[in-house]
Design a protein. Sequence first.
Length: 157
Amino acid sequence: MIVTQNNVETDDNEYITELLRKVKLKITAPRIKVIQAMLSMKQKHATAADIHNILFKPNESLSLGTIYRVLNLLSEKKIVNRHRLGTDSYFYEFNRDSHHDHIVCLECGKIVEFKDTVIEERQNEIANKHGMKLRKHTMLLIGKCQDQSACEKGENI
């Protein structure tokens, strides 16, 4: 299931309904709200707490537990991918295109996606050398922003 954040406005319930139907999930208000929140976010990677903060309204908000359950179900159905990106929290992003890897700044939390064919080829060579065929992999590079003024401001998180 491929999803793009740019294809949908946050109030496009028809698109979200069709997305849930394609993976044979019951259409519920919490599922719609979580997807809407993710689609409305500037950043592509969000924690359950990020989504909870967007959805929080006195006397009306979804519990953090409900958000986790929805995200885990969306992950099982391959609508979202779940990553642990150098922190104790899981980050969720829409399953929107081919494989990519991540670089994370541990100072400000900035997450950068990248693709590199040389790295991909080398990983396959290493797997072949050890008698393995790669099915999937995760590469996470952890560092610190070179531009400390941007890092200290927490820009691009």
